[in-house]
Design a protein around this ligand. Structure first.
Ligand SMILES: O=C(CO)COP(=O)(O)O
Length: 142
């Protein structure tokens, strides 16, 4: 069963996310990829073969849109490479996305080291979701 994986990166981290997707493209291809606007555009441009659903750009509400799906249990994993060196105008939205992922127990990788671990875990997550016949994550409570 396919997973829904949200991909989000602040500008300084977009190249790293684009490379991460390229390294794991075979693993990612069967899954539903969801991205904030500019991240999604960057990924589509580089990997036109991937189907990527893009929501609004982060500063225009894209983080909130993804957060709403997390709240609804419709996102299985998130890679969110935020910029740890620069404050964002939509900082409350950034915090809200991380918070709702923590609350709903959805795996969220906020750096490349964790994104690599997440990539390695994807096949197992997909198998568990298939066995459960439903969301692999997002249904738990801390
Ligand atoms: O700002 C973001 C996440 O907080 C990312 O948004 P973009 O992908 O539109 O740049």
């Amino acid at each position: 069963m396919s997973l829904t994986i949200a991909l989000v990166a602040h500008d300084a981290a977009k190249p790293a996310l684009v490379e991460w997707v390229g390294r794991h493209i075979g693993l990612l291809r069967p899954h539903h990829l969801l991205a904030t606007g500019t991240t999604g555009a960057r990924l589509r441009e580089r990997y036109p073969e991937l189907r990527i659903e893009a929501v609004l750009s982060g500063p225009l509400g894209g983080d909130q849109q993804i957060g709403a799906r997390v709240a609804e249990g419709r996102v299985d994993a998130i890679v969110f490479l935020f910029d740890p060196l620069w404050a964002q105008p939509h900082e409350p939205d950034v915090r809200a996305l991380i918070r709702i992922a923590a609350l709903r127990d959805v795996p969220i990788a906020v750096n490349l080291a964790t994104a690599e671990l997440l990539a390695a875990a994807l096949p197992g997550m997909a198998a568990r979701k298939a066995a459960a016949g439903g969301p692999a994550a997002g249904t738990g409570r801390p």
